[in-house]
Design a protein around this ligand. Structure first.
Ligand code: F6R
Length: 361
């Protein structure tokens, strides 16, 4: 049942405020984090985050949170590489496996590799009865509800919510955040559903850009920090749904090669929240504009006022959300891909060549 939406993708994007509310109220009660007792981060020396596709990108976003908020060394990998590269793992480390379906063959194999080598395995899974949920030492449900569209949307933001809560728990357990600072971060998280609703209001603006994007044969997404993996997610969504070639790059990596791709036919989507890296991202954006790249700037109203001149278009995001703003920027990634696919007439909910659950490697 598409609940009045034209596609499951549109329905599932729109459900994000509600499912985020569900997952946040499951793990945050009376201003305190509620997680299984086994998750005491004091003795952990390293976190390894593994998944495939969008789920691996949720892990990549969370790495910034574990490192910056909790000061916890963290590595991420895609499961298909992790399972075969024989990574040495510390027996004081924890490995986190992120999966919507909980059945992805490579992610399950990665769990099997890690289980005898690490202190604890944790599954961040949407399907509670799945293999990864059963086999991990601790299973943390993402509570996004059933996701029908092959391309992931609400499952991704719910994965981010669970991982954000884990990073905050780690920071608090390890003495990096006192109660007051933890409380402020939890307030930022609790504000997410309402902020997400504001971001959903950008659907029409994204639809208005779909004609422009659907004419392109290549689209580049740029971000820094936690917004770098969100840029990768934006590019992945566009590829999957509209079959347009798209790549995400860390903005700072541009001048090491990819800038050679830029000309007036290449749309560049720049993810630039007004965080500590804003000026750096803006200067990369200006380098692209000097080569006649057509920029879509995604920032908040002030960011757009200060840096938006000369861009092709801009999308004004909420400025709140604190360190977890990356979650919000998933929404324009989803809507740009969705509306571009609708404009091109591709099969949004069932893109060619893709399966919802990848149970073979
Ligand atoms: C992208 C997408 C895929 C999945 C990947 C992992 O929109 O849906 O990249 O994220 O196949 O699937 P799960 O999360 O079920 O392990």
């Amino acid at each position: 049942d598409k609940a009045g939406h034209r596609h499951f993708m549109a329905k599932e994007i729109a459900e994000q405020p509600r499912v985020l509310e569900d997952v946040l109220s499951h793990y945050i009660k009376d201003g305190r984090i509620v997680l299984p007792e086994a998750l005491d981060f004091r003795e952990v020396d390293r976190i390894t985050l593994v998944g495939c596709g969008t789920a691996s990108l949720a892990g990549q976003v969370a790495r910034y949170w574990f490192e910056q908020i909790a000061g916890l060394p963290c590595e991420t990998d895609i499961a298909s590489e992790f399972r075969y590269r024989e990574p040495p793992l510390s027996d004081k480390s924890w490995a986190i496996f992120v999966s919507q379906s909980g059945e992805t063959a490579d992610t399950l194999a990665a769990l099997h590799y890690a289980a005898p080598r690490v202190a604890r395995t944790i599954g961040v899974v949407n399907v509670g009865t799945s293999a990864i949920a059963r086999e991990a030492d601790v299973a943390l449900p993402t509570l996004a509800g059933i996701e029908v569209c092959v391309a992931s949307s609400k499952a991704f933001t719910c994965q981010l919510a669970v991982l954000a809560i884990l990073a905050l728990k780690a920071a608090h357990d390890r003495g990096r955040l006192d109660d007051a600072a933890l409380g402020r971060h939890l307030d930022d998280l609790r504000a997410m559903p309402a902020l997400m609703s504001q971001a959903l209001a950008l659907s029409d603006d994204c639809a208005a850009l779909a004609g422009w994007l659907s004419e392109a044969s290549d689209v580049i997404y740029l971000g820094r920090g936690a917004l770098f993996p969100v840029a990768l997610e934006g590019a992945l969504k566009l590829k999957e749904l509209s079959y347009i070639h798209a790549e995400g790059y860390a903005s700072g990596e541009l001048k090491h090669g990819p800038i050679a791709l830029i000309d007036r036919n290449v749309p560049i989507v720049v993810l630039a929240p007004r965080d500590a890296l804003f000026d750096k991202t803006v200067s990369n954006m200006q380098e692209v504009m000097a080569r006649h790249g057509q920029v879509l700037l995604i920032s908040d109203a002030e960011g757009i006022a200060s840096a938006g001149s000369g861009t092709h278009a801009s999308l004004a995001m909420p400025s709140e959300g604190g360190v977890f703003q990356a979650m919000l920027y998933a929404v324009p990634m989803q809507y740009l891909a969705y509306h571009t696919a609708v404009a091109k007439g591709t099969d949004v909910d069932q893109p060619r060549n893709l399966a919802k659950s990848v149970t073979v490697e």
